[in-house]
Design a protein around this ligand. Structure first.
Ligand code: SF4
Ligand code: MSK
Length: 665
């Protein structure tokens, strides 16, 4: 029984309006949420677990280690430094493996599409040619599907490569960074190989030196960021279209009282894209009408939501922490899930209502859910079977509550290409205007807010950080559930320029863009790597990512994937700030991660709990980079004259459509 949602000692207060509205309804009185479970457990988290010093890597243990206490080292002699480093390295391996397995499915779907075996088509031929050229594939006078097939096969080979050659995408990084990785011996080879080697090196009695463990930790994370995640993002764009700015809506108010509500939750967009197509098929619409509904209302949850939001303008109902609340509306006929970030509790919440939880991937089943396997080669029939099941539930819907007024407008779809066109124009697409605006101080720098939601900290954290950053003229890039939360906060509308400092406001108003740019799902953090590389390539801001006035944060991280992302950012030269990391049980390792890594990578991890403190650190680091670049002379206030406005305005959102953004497809 769950009524007390606020005031829980182990979790932060809920401030989200739609969550509070839904949970205060009578129909939600039996819904048990993550907040309730923390409260009812009545115990705080294990200190050894939270500080990274519990080892269960062999059966002589588990061993709980206390740093500096001789009797409290492992039975095998492992110290707190070794155990904390091994544990963190395994988190990175698990996070990288998740992105990698997701990416492999996307590459296989891409190959099937190139062979004409799916309902999809190769859409972005320009990007196909660019990537094919990077992979050394001939493009002249060749059919797009033939090129795509060769590209897909070469991409797939990178997963299992046994050569000692670096993965292909690494060539996209700044030359100086590539040279550093080579010198350190951490250029990723086969993508799967780095995860396997990480798991091997953390087995009992293998690598027992934390610097050395973290070299492989970096290589493993880089194989994710510059390997699997980047491949996934790029091939998904080629197949489903590279995102362009479009308007959409987010929050629980996107559910519809007179339609069959189907939420799509998880990560791999192959399923979601197929559902989008199937939901418009005449036979499915007819079936919905027969059931008394006006049609099918698809809505996203978590990162699948971000994928279809970016490419189709399909609304997002909820981020990670709201998945139970979405069900508690009683208005959802089916929640269709695939992999990652699906709480097991959703099947229990659904039991209170007419809702089916439909698992669709053989890798991810759950007790009390219905399983309908999604077959990529028979995608339309799979998608129709899922929708038919959902339609069958519509008549069974009982009392429900949709917080209809709680929804926010957003403009999304800021791929790195869009940022290029947006500021430079389609015919002279470049990052020059962005770099120039950073150099002249109108934009002080770039802050990335990424990652999950987490019941442990206030759900306003993303918003607090973003508001501080834009107030201080820092442009914000967002991905994952952080992006959903910032959309809900109203910061992804061009009108949010009013919350910016004066000079960022001028830039946003001139271009017509929001000060917080939605760049996609959690695999799409690779877009941020590319954007950073483009800024370096454009010139004037140093010759490596570590020179840029840019920094990232995942303030409410929950998933192991976020740690892998944090480490590939750091190893790529970008500083990050997290609210916590399970490394504090080892003084030396903690010191290395939060300071010592600077010497190796020109970047390190920062830890701060309070969102305002996170923002302060981000601003301070950005100003330090500006000082080092010599661009921190007190910026004269330069008002935009007509010529400047023409320069900026000629590009962008007018070209790619932000003043006249696309609506939902
Ligand atoms: Fe204990 Fe060492 Fe085994 Fe870990 S590997 S459980 S520290 S004996
Ligand atoms: S879904 S990894 S909760 S961002 Fe990508 Fe959201 Fe974090 Fe999952």
């Amino acid at each position: 029984m769950a009524v007390i949602r606020n005031g829980c000692e182990s979790c932060a207060d809920i401030t989200c309006k739609s969550t509070l509205e839904v949970l205060s309804q009578d129909i939600a009185k039996n819904v048990n949420t993550a907040y309730d479970r923390v409260r009812s457990r009545g115990m705080s988290a294990c200190l050894f677990g939270s500080s990274g010093t519990c080892c269960r890597n062999c059966n002589m243990g588990p061993c709980q280690i206390i740093d500096g206490v001789e009797e409290m080292i492992g039975i095998c002699g492992a110290t707190a430094d070794t155990v904390a480093a091994r544990n963190l390295a395994r988190i990175i391996a698990a996070g990288s493996a998740s992105h990698t397995d997701h990416a492999r499915e996307m590459v296989k779907g891409f190959i099937a599409t190139a062979k004409g075996q799916t309902a999809h088509k190769i859409q972005d031929v320009e990007k196909l040619h660019k990537l094919a050229t990077l992979f050394g594939i001939e493009i002249e006078d060749r059919d797009k599907n033939e090129i795509a097939l060769e590209l897909g096969e070469k991409a797939l080979a990178e997963f299992g490569s046994q050569d000692d050659e670096p993965i292909t995408m690494l060539k996209r990084a700044p030359a100086k960074r590539q040279a550093l990785w080579k010198k350190l011996g951490i250029e990723p080879r086969g993508i799967d190989r780095e995860v396997t080697e990480m798991m091997h090196r953390t087995h009992m009695g293998v690598d027992q030196e934390y610097h050395n463990l973290m070299l492989q930790g970096s290589r493993c994370a880089l194989s994710d960021g510059w390997g699997s995640s980047m491949l996934s993002t790029e091939l998904t764009d080629i197949m489903f279209g590279t995102p362009v700015p479009r308007r959409a809506i987010v929050d629980l108010g996107v559910l519809k009282s007179d339609m069959v509500n189907v939420t799509v939750h998880g990560h791999e967009p192959l399923l979601a894209e197929s559902l989008c197509i199937a939901a418009q098929e005449p036979d499915i619409l007819e079936l919905a009408k027969k059931a008394g509904a006006k049609g099918i209302n698809l809505a996203g949850v978590c990162c699948t939501g971000n994928e279809i939001l970016m490419r189709r303008g399909i609304p997002v109902a909820a981020g990670f922490i709201q998945q139970e609340m979405a069900l508690a509306t009683g208005a959802i006929e089916a929640m269709v899930v695939d992999v990652q970030c699906v709480m097991q509790s959703v099947a229990q919440v659904a039991k209170n209502f007419h809702t089916d939880i439909i698992t669709t991937n053989y890798r991810a089943k759950m007790p009390d859910a219905v399983h309908i396997q999604f077959e990529e080669h028979d995608a339309m029939n799979s998608a129709k079977a899922i929708l038919t099941k959902a339609i069958g539930n519509y008549k069974k819907r009982g009392k429900f509550f949709i917080p209809e007024k709680t929804k926010s407008d957003v403009v999304v779809g800021f791929s790195h290409e869009t940022i290029n066109y947006m500021l430079g124009g389609r015919f002279r697409a470049s990052y020059r205007p962005l770099n120039d605006n950073i150099i002249n101080g109108r934009i002080r720098g770039v802050g990335a807010i990424v990652g999950c939601d987490n019941y442990k900290y206030t759900d306003e954290s993303h918003e607090i950080i973003a508001r501080e950053l834009i107030k201080n003229n820092i442009l914000v890039l967002a991905t994952g559930c952080a992006a959903t939360s910032l959309g809900k906060a109203g910061l992804m509308r061009p009108e949010a320029a009013e919350f910016c400092g004066e000079s960022l406001r001028e830039v946003c108003e001139t271009v017509g863009m929001p000060p917080v740019l939605h760049m996609g799902s959690c695999v799409d953090n690779s877009r941020i790597l590319i954007a950073a590389t483009e800024m370096v390539r454009e010139g004037g801001l140093g010759d490596d990512i570590s020179d840029l006035p840019a920094i990232g944060t995942a303030p409410l991280y929950m998933s192991e994937k976020a740690v892998a992302i944090g480490q590939y950012f750091v190893a790529s030269g970008a500083q990050v700030v997290f609210q916590s990391l399970p490394i504090t049980g080892s003084k030396a390792f903690n010191q290395y991660m939060t300071d010592g890594m600077m010497e190796t990578y020109g970047a390190h991890w920062n830890i701060a709990e309070d969102p305002k403190e996170i923002a302060r650190i981000m601003i301070e680091k950005i100003e330090q980079k500006r000082d080092a670049l010599g661009i921190n002379k007190k910026a004269e206030r330069v008002l935009f004259d007509m010529e400047m406005r023409r320069d900026l305005g000629s590009g962008a959102l007018s070209d790619v459509g932000c003043h006249g953004v696309a609506g939902p497809r």
